[in-house]
Design a binder for this molecule. Structure first.
Ligand code: PLP
Length: 434
């Protein structure tokens, strides 16, 4: 299958090119040339299939022409070595818990899948030499990418993070791993980390010296596998006899997760409609109201993984519906919540249902509370385990929530990182020496 750019001027790319390059040459995002509809038989029997079986069917539709069946199966089964259960919260609202992966973030699936796919291409071509993945993080992406790529031979990962600006748990998740993961602590803010990564990709000398690639969320190999979640959620709703009129609600920042869900819908997944839940960064919400997409500087909120002022995957959603505002609003609605509303929702949901929401999931839950119609069943994504935001959650709920054993394990390790200034010259000198 070939991939085209949402800006329509870059040449078509193979899957391998799209994965290695990340962004197309014209700065557009790669889209698969066609999106296959899955058979009625698949949807009729989906409730009898395992998460891995469902995911393999979906993966085959996208990647089956480029990856042999046995390898693709291995990549899928290795990626999905955990569950993502649908859990009832109220009578007609369910949550899809996307936080049972290795770092308790939904980004684990895309990160691991991309790592294994990249490894597949490196091995197949037997090119040898190391591929270096650079990733800038404000927290969550770094841990998911570092853990996804951990121990994958032929690939070295450099995680750049702003000194003192990530939570202690998050920092442990990428600084204690060792092996092929190097954490770089930049004396600056997140934007400085991102600028260092961008400069590295543009530096000719550096690119001659070493093979560089990025693992940010615009990569097709990172965002598409998230579609697996939605097929499996539907299967679970069908098992419970609740699969008619399902409304899927996705707390959104860069819109990669909901975009994968919309790809699923295009493949025939019978979800009635979608809601994109936002924090105060309401660019998409405003687009739905006005038809105008106006990027804004991002605002810091309680749900900080959604603090995005120019969501990169908007371009993919726009392309999927050929720029038709009416098509988009007929399928997707929006919601936006202030920090105060997020905190109120967390308190109320805990008091009413005994369910601890994290600040991101709270946006999803409240959007369904506000927008669900009587004949509909709502499913919202819980995108992170509340313990990842323990300080905030405990302060809001006056609680002392448990930290899962898997997170505690990370905190036992020894922190190792390379101190770096925010000057590109220093970073370049460091990379050349590796
Ligand atoms: C990344 C992230 C989001 C936003 O997902 P997008 O795919 O960027 O829309 C929401 N919640 C959490 C906890 C995240 O880590």
């Amino acid at each position: 299958m070939l991939y085209y750019s949402t800006n329509h001027t870059a040449p078509l790319a193979s899957l391998e090119e799209a994965v290695v390059k990340g962004l197309a040459g014209d700065r557009g995002l790669y889209m698969p040339e066609n999106i296959k509809t899955l058979s009625q038989d698949f949807y009729d029997n989906i409730d009898k299939m395992s998460f891995q079986e469902i995911a393999y069917t979906v993966a085959d539709a996208f990647f089956g022409e480029d990856v042999d069946a046995e390898s693709l199966k291995q990549i899928v089964y290795d990626t999905l070595a955990f569950d993502c259960p649908v859990v009832p919260v109220t009578e007609n609202i369910y949550t899809l818990e996307l936080f049972h992966g290795p770092t308790l973030a939904f980004k684990d699936v895309g990160a691991r899948f991309m790592a294994r796919l990249l490894q597949y291409f490196i091995k197949k071509e037997n090119k040898g030499g190391l591929v270096n993945v650079l990733v800038a993080t404000s927290g969550d992406t770094g841990s998911a990418v570092a853990n996804g790529f951990l121990g994958v031979d032929g690939i070295h990962v450099y995680v750049l993070y702003p000194k003192g600006k990530v939570s202690p748990i998050q920092e442990c998740q990428f600084t204690t791993l060792g092996k092929n993961i190097t954490a770089i602590e930049v004396d600056g803010v997140f934007d400085d980390c991102q600028a260092l990564v961008k400069s590295a990709f543009m530096d000719e000398e550096l690119n001659k010296h070493m093979k560089l690639t990025s693992a940010n969320s615009i990569n097709v190999a990172r965002f598409l596998p998230q579609a697996f979640y939605y097929f499996y959620a539907y299967a679970q709703m069908k098992r419970m006899g609740k699969s008619d009129n399902v409304v899927m609600c996705v707390p959104s920042g860069n819109f990669g997760n909901i975009c994968a869900a919309l790809f699923g819908h295009r493949m025939g997944l019978p979800i009635k409609r979608f809601i994109a839940a936002n924090n105060a960064n309401d660019i998409f919400y405003q687009y739905l109201q006005t038809g105008k997409y106006v990027p804004q500087p991002s605002k810091a909120t309680l749900a900080n993984a959604m603090d995005v002022g120019d969501p990169s995957n908007f371009a993919r959603i726009y392309e999927l519906y050929k720029g038709s505002h009416s098509s988009i609003v007929s399928l997707i609605s929006g919601a936006t919540f202030s920090d105060e509303e997020i905190a109120d929702t967390m308190r109320k949901c805990y008091a009413d249902n005994g369910y601890v929401l994290d600040p991101h999931g709270a946006c999803g839950y409240q959007a369904l509370k506000n927008l669900l119609k009587p004949d509909e069943v709502g499913v919202f994504c819980e995108t992170a385990h509340p313990a990842k935001f323990k300080e905030k959650v405990d302060a809001i709920l006056s609680s002392d929530i448990d930290i899962p054993a898997r997170l505690q394990e990370f905190m036992k390790g020894t922190k190792q990182s390379v101190a770096m200034s925010k000057e590109f010259a220093d970073f370049k000198t460091y990379l050349i020496k590796q």
